[in-house]
Write a protein that binds this ligand. Structure first.
Ligand code: ZN
Ligand code: ZN
Length: 123
């Protein structure tokens, strides 16, 4: 793994928020590691290809990156905010129903976050 890929992986593994490529680039800058934006994108896609990070895509929002540790996500349908939730591991149940070996699954639960619900009530 290149030095830059290692930096990026470390940022993702130590963050509890779901960072976009831009935020990761920003954080590298703050740590005085000057990495070009294109390099950040390239490293993110190769880390993703290697199965070392997760990518969460929500329509209308930039992709966000996350650690591999198994967990699921709540997604606000209004503002796209992501929160972690830990649900029962469904790997075995899903595997039983598909005949070829599965790699992973992504479960997103849609909801309306507190903030958005309040805003909606006030208007
Ligand atoms: Zn929201
Ligand atoms: Zn997460």
């Amino acid at each position: 793994m290149t030095k830059n890929a290692a930096y990026i992986l470390e940022i993702i593994n130590h963050s509890d928020s779901h960072l976009t490529a831009e935020q990761i680039h920003q954080q590298l800058k703050e740590e005085n590691k000057s990495v070009a934006q294109a390099t950040v994108y390239n490293n993110l896609s190769s880390l993703y290809q290697q199965g070392m990070i997760r990518k969460i895509s929500v329509e209308g929002h930039p992709d966000r990156y996350d650690k591999m540790r198994r967990h699921d996500h709540l997604v606000c349908r209004n503002c796209g905010k992501l929160s972690d939730i830990l649900l029962e591991d469904l790997t075995e149940q899903i595997q039983k129903q598909v005949s070829i070996p599965m790699i992973s699954y992504d479960l997103k639960v849609n909801y309306i976050c507190d903030e958005c619900r309040q805003k909606m009530q006030n208007t």
